[in-house]
Ligand binder design. Structure first.
Ligand code: ATP
Ligand code: MG
Length: 590
């Protein structure tokens, strides 16, 4: 049999169990010198019912109280037999798992959850030194080589590598939370980098600020080569001559509700008429395309939401006809207003305004090629494939998308990928993960969401609830967990929580943790940059880790205010240029 991972001598004992709760215990520390060895987040082994079993816990709180007591054996001869202060040291420990030296045929087994309660007076030991190293080795060994996602090192044992189970981490959604500047973007870059070492990874990062470009371009200062493919949602400057890396989401990809959320004013008394005419015409136009393309099988079963190209100019024309229609009156030669006459005017003007606005060009002014029936498949193939010619790590730059439509664009993009994956033959699907950076911007709490945001929420919530079955996972990243949809966050099974200072954000995180972990969240405001609490089913033990630095850093854009104010004179020319850029809504060439 292999050696026992945990071996304690009598001298290593720190105390005995003095109180037992369902998930926590109190340990009375007998040797008062020992308490100085223990810190918050240390591991403690409590002797279990048999010699071969230990319950494993994490220290949550240390307290020392001084009590006046009769000290009969005081070492000080003068004070012998007098009253004096005696320390009472108590450790509060949350139980997280159990370790057995042998279980069936297997040696050194650790499993999460304590399946027995310790008894009062059981001996307790601090796991450190050789015991800690062997124990951490045990945790790593539990994850099969091919499933290992290496994230960093344990804070309690900087020599031990912190590994998550990569399968479990992605299977049921994960989340990276932390205040601004705590290191989330670097963590995302690290995870992307680790995944890029696999043969066929498939991660699609929604990059809201265009900060992940270096992952595609590489970093010349360190000589690190880029590993990702970058795409960009078309900005106003891309409309005339779009490059290959520019993504359009033509209006005909939007389903009825997504489109109406942008155009319909629900407070308009004619809103139901407008929605109904809009739906009828779109159906007719899509049907026309199917006739032209000779697709009788699609025509039999398509719906108004099916992504089939149609001409938006034609739609405007049909609505305009309705809006002006005169029909025969009761008497010969008499004309009266048609059923829709004047009821669609406002709808039409809202639609026209959107079509003409270049900021919405990626939706309403797509290139002519996007009208072709096969265009959609050609767009989606590089996004869902992963091989030598299309890298599996994709970065989608949303930085030029107007904030008011950001949710609908992110939502439509995600829905499209999800729908294609949904309809793909199950055995042919490659799982993919949508990395939602700055998720509070487009996945808000439901009560605060407007019509547009509700569309995006519906898509992402659907993925959060059903995605696992179709191999679609979310990695939700946010600096304001309190502002992110609870439905989505509560579906996440793994959390990397970095420094989190705001009270309401902490309380959201606390509510998502099992009750027994609540104490650990108290360390969140104190975490250093790049440190995180890693919790969830991808790790056996909730742990504080120091994340590795990615070899290519995202563009953080952090400015040295004080130094720059001291050394760099602003240039009026560039202020002038910026004013023109603002008017043009297109950045000048670098
Ligand atoms: N693992 C790490 N080790 C050391 N330093 C780090 C680490 N991660 C991040 N940092 C430092 O913290 C800075 C901010 O990190 P990052 O851009 O990832 O923050 P963020 O949490 O994404 O912030 P925001 O919410 O504003 O986007 C980095 O520029 C870097 O200097
Ligand atoms: Mg960031």
């Amino acid at each position: 049999m292999s050696q026992q991972a945990l071996r304690f001598s009598e001298a290593e004992k720190i105390g005995r169990v003095s109180a037992v709760d369902t998930s926590r215990i109190l340990i009375d520390v007998e040797d008062h010198h020992q308490i100085t060895r223990v810190g918050i987040g240390n591991l403690i082994a409590v002797r279990g019912a048999t010699e071969s079993e230990f319950l494993i816990g994490i220290t949550e709180r240390l307290t020392r109280t001084l009590r006046d007591e009769f000290l009969p054996e005081s070492s000080d001869a003068d004070s012998a037999g007098e009253f004096g202060p005696r320390p009472e040291d108590i450790l509060r420990v949350v139980l997280v798992g159990s370790y057995r030296t042998v279980e069936g045929n297997e040696a050194n087994r650790f499993k999460r959850g304590a399946d027995t309660f310790p008894q009062i007076d059981r001996e307790c030991y601090l796991i450190d030194g050789g015991n800690l190293q062997r124990f951490m080795g045990l945790l790593a060994a539990d994850v099969d080589e091919s499933e290992r996602l290496r994230l960093g090192h344990f804070v309690i044992d900087p020599n031990a590598v912190a590994i998550a189970n990569g399968d479990k981490f992605f299977q049921r959604h994960a989340s990276i939370l932390g205040s601004t500047g705590s290191g989330k973007s670097w963590t995302v870059a690290l995870i992307m980098e680790r995944a890029s070492q696999l043969n066929y990874p498939n991660l699609i990062l929604l990059d809201m600020h265009g900060e992940y470009g270096p992952l595609a371009e590489g970093d010349t200062s360190t000589g690190s080569k880029g590993f990702a493919q970058q795409y960009r949602i078309a900005g106003p400057g891309d409309l005339d001559k779009p490059g290959d890396d520019v993504i359009f989401l033509p209006y005909w990809l939007l389903n009825r509700d997504e489109m109406l959320s942008m155009i319909l004013d629900r407070s308009d008394q004619n809103a139901p008429n407008q929605a109904s005419r809009f739906t009828t015409h779109i159906r007719t136009l899509k049907q026309k395309t199917l006739d032209r393309e000779n697709k009788p099988d699609v025509k039999r079963t398509f719906t108004v939401d099916s992504p089939i190209p149609y001409d938006i100019g034609e739609l405007v024309r049909l609505i305009d006809i309705d809006d002006n229609e005169m029909v025969d009156g009761a008497r010969v030669g008499e004309k009266k207003k048609g059923d829709w006459n004047s009821k669609l005017t406002r709808f039409l003007s809202r639609l026209r305004a959107k079509i003409d606005d270049r900021r919405y060009g990626f939706l309403f002014q797509p290139p002519n090629s996007s009208q072709q029936y096969d265009w959609l498949a050609q767009q989606i193939i590089p996004l869902l494939c992963s091989n030598a010619s299309c890298p599996g790590i994709k970065i989608i730059d949303f930085s030029e998308v107007p904030p008011d439509v950001l949710p609908v664009v992110a939502g439509t993009f995600a829905r499209l990928l999800y729908d294609v994956q949904f309809w793909m033959r199950a055995e042919k699907r490659t799982p993919f993960c949508l990395v939602c950076d700055e998720a509070h911007l487009y996945l808000p709490v439901k009560e605060d969401a407007d019509a547009i945001e509700k569309q995006s929420l519906a898509t992402f919530e659907r993925i959060a609830k059903e995605g696992r079955k179709y191999g679609v996972s979310l990695l939700v990243v946010s600096q304001r967990p309190a502002d992110v949809s609870r439905t989505i966050l509560s579906q996440c099974n793994n959390f990397l929580v970095l420094r989190l200072t705001n009270d309401s954000d902490q309380s959201v995180v606390r509510k998502m943790m099992p009750d027994s972990m609540a104490g650990l969240t108290e360390m969140l405001p104190l975490l250093d940059t790049g440190e995180a609490l890693l919790l969830g089913d991808a790790v056996l033990l909730p742990t504080r880790i120091r994340l590795d630095k990615p070899s290519i850093h995202p563009r953080s854009g952090t400015r040295d205010f004080w130094r720059e104010w001291g050394s760099r004179e602003p240039d009026a020319e560039f202020v002038k240029e910026a004013v023109e850029t603002l008017r043009r809504q297109t950045r000048p060439e670098a």
